[in-house]
Write a new protein. Structure first.
Length: 285
């Protein structure tokens, strides 16, 4: 039996259970919460479409992951509230950045019980799992995370994902790291870099912050950039002023390193939970 068969079998069972719990996802657009950004997107991110999120560099993987997850959470609002989010992730990403950490996901506003996590050794398995999920209308969103430039992913493969998203009404978010931009059928393409958070009282870490650049938008404006923060309580992005109070009190350092605390915390030992407790993540496979 092929190695990926148990993973796909479990995934199909999980998708069937999700389909029984809810009907088709809401159509239309996904407002991000930033009026200027949503206006450029003609009211928000197109829901029934494929979208690419590139990490500016490998060091920006946590920022790109946090931004992509924020998009998925926005997709899960309103009529899609409470629906599962499928996350297909290549094992090599775990080896490079550590496994997903349920408490960290919770800090961003994701209930780990809503997450269907699929891990595959090869990128081909990740893409197959993502394609399976993209055809399931009961999901809130599908997040696909291969490493690098997998050979199975080309323009034809991206078209399949795009058509699946159009048919189901479920947004598909392709998270790219260590990969060069290439032709695809994506509706939008983003490049995300880490941005230092604004400290709260007592110098506590502030909200996750990103520099998000819209590189491409089919049939619309492109090459725009925003500085945004993620508001967990509102489950929305907010625009960060170019010159805020902290900028006036202390000159901006162009060589300042991003906040060392990752936006989506990964444990250093690569374990889901250091104490071995059940983290709430549901793994398909």
């Amino acid at each position: 039996m092929p190695e990926t068969a148990p993973t796909l079998s479990d995934l199909r069972r999980s998708l069937a259970e999700a389909a029984l719990r809810g009907g088709p996802a809401a159509a239309g657009r996904i407002g991000l919460g930033v009026p200027a950004l949503d206006a450029v997107l003609n009211g928000g991110l197109k829901r029934a479409a494929l979208h690419e999120v590139y990490a500016g560099a490998v060091a920006d993987l946590a920022a790109a992951t946090g931004f992509a997850l924020g998009l998925a959470l926005r997709a899960g609002q309103e009529k899609a509230a409470g629906r599962p989010i499928l996350w297909a992730r290549q094992d090599f990403v775990d080896a490079e950045a550590g496994r997903l950490h349920a408490p960290g996901l919770g800090e961003l506003g994701l209930d780990p019980g809503r997450l269907l996590l699929v891990r595959a050794r090869e990128a081909e398995g990740v893409l197959r799992a993502g394609a399976e999920g993209a055809r399931c209308p009961a999901l809130a969103a599908v997040l696909i995370e291969p490493w690098g430039e997998p050979r199975p992913f080309d323009l034809t493969a991206s078209r399949r994902l795009s058509l699946a998203a159009e048919g189901s009404g479920v947004p598909v978010l392709l998270l790219r790291v260590a990969a060069a931009q290439a032709p695809s059928a994506a509706q939008t393409r983003w490049q995300v870099r880490a941005l230092a958070s604004r400290a709260l009282e007592a110098n506590a870490p502030g909200a996750p912050a990103f520099t998000a650049r819209l590189l491409r938008q089919r049939g619309g404006a492109g090459e725009r950039e925003w500085r945004v923060e993620w508001d967990r309580d509102r489950c929305a992005f907010t625009e960060r002023p170019v010159f805020d109070r902290s900028d006036r009190l202390e000159p901006r350092r162009t060589d300042a390193a991003p906040l060392s605390r990752p936006l989506v915390p990964f444990p250093g030992d690569g374990q889901v939970a250091a104490d071995g407790r059940d983290t709430g993540l549901r793994r398909a496979g």
